[in-house]
Design a protein around this ligand. Structure first.
Ligand code: NAP
Length: 252
């Protein structure tokens, strides 16, 4: 007998191995938590052992925390090596780590540029390069973009440029990995209620939120729901898209 729809959507990640790079807080934590709740064996990374251990413990379901700097290719290779030894393969990959830092054109420095590109782009590129050999046919990758990649937000040019680069990489990787049966998609949230947005000055945050038709920030769990969809087999014919989780910000 065919399973009922309700049966099929329970445990959408059962028996899958997932890695969330930058999974010890914010949106990454929410994604890791949701994947684990849906049955995945989740590996999550972060730089600080206290945060990583706390996240893995709180998420439970066998979630495993690994210390890694998401901007360091050697750290990411070590994470992948651990998963190779313990599981032998990977089904779902989320490259979530990212930083935001304002600077107007006149304030930009080479250090500002390097900091943002190092975490948001370089870390993501070499994280994917390290992990893809471990991925099986049917695997799914989610890259964390942002509405900032396709909007002009004053003082966030470099951040926006890093997220536009993520979107550009995703198009080519979609084409390159399709022959291996691996899907690649981008999630583009608008302002989401995490430490990253808490660090934004109140007036700037209010001005950004005012441009969101739904009139509020996203909850990390709402971004996680979209990530779960793209990572699950429910999105089996979806690759190369940029899925906006933006309360309509870029749509109207
Ligand atoms: N919040 C928003 O409004 C929003 C909107 C659109 C897109 N996004 C994107 O969503 C992703 C997660 O953001 P979030 O809001 O959840 O922010 P968050 O709570 O501040 O988390 C940031 C993540 O980036 C990692 N990270 C920060 N600084 C790092 C560094 N110097 N080197 C390596 N890794 C570093 C953190 O890992 P550690 O545990 O090692 O610190 C953490 O996993 C980012 O890619 C962000 O650009 C956020």
């Amino acid at each position: 007998m065919m399973p009922q729809y309700e049966d099929r959507i329970m445990g959408r990640m059962t028996d899958k191995i997932a890695l969330v790079v930058g999974g010890a807080k914010g949106i990454g934590w929410s994604i890791a938590e949701r994947l684990a709740a849906e049955g995945a064996k989740v590996y999550l990374t972060g730089r600080r052992s206290a945060d990583v251990e706390h996240a893995a413990m709180a998420i439970g379901q066998g979630a495993r925390g690994l210390i890694a700097d998401a901007s360091n290719a050697n750290d990411l290779a070590q994470v992948v090596q651990t998963i190779r030894q313990e599981q032998g393969h990977l089904d779902a990959l989320v490259l979530n780590a990212g930083i935001s830092e304002p600077a107007s054109l006149g304030q930009m420095t080479p250090e500002h540029f390097d900091r943002l590109f190092s975490v948001n782009v370089k870390g993501l590129v070499f994280g994917l390069q390290a992990a893809v050999p471990l991925m099986r046919e049917g695997g799914s990758v989610v890259l964390m973009g942002s509405v900032a990649g396709s909007a002009g937000i004053a003082d966030y040019a470099t951040y926006g440029a890093t997220k536009a680069a993520v979107r550009a990489y995703a198009r080519t990787w979609t084409a390159e990995l399709v022959s291996r049966g691996i899907r690649v998609n981008v999630l583009a949230p608008a302002s989401t209620d995490t430490e990253m947005m808490a660090a934004v000055p109140d007036d700037v945050r209010a001005a950004i939120v005012a441009t969101i038709p739904m009139g509020r920030m996203a909850r990390p769990s709402e971004v996680a729901s979209a990530a779960l969809f793209l990572l699950s087999d429910e999105a089996s014919f979806i690759t190369g898209v940029e899925l906006f989780v933006d309360g309509g910000m870029q749509q109207v």
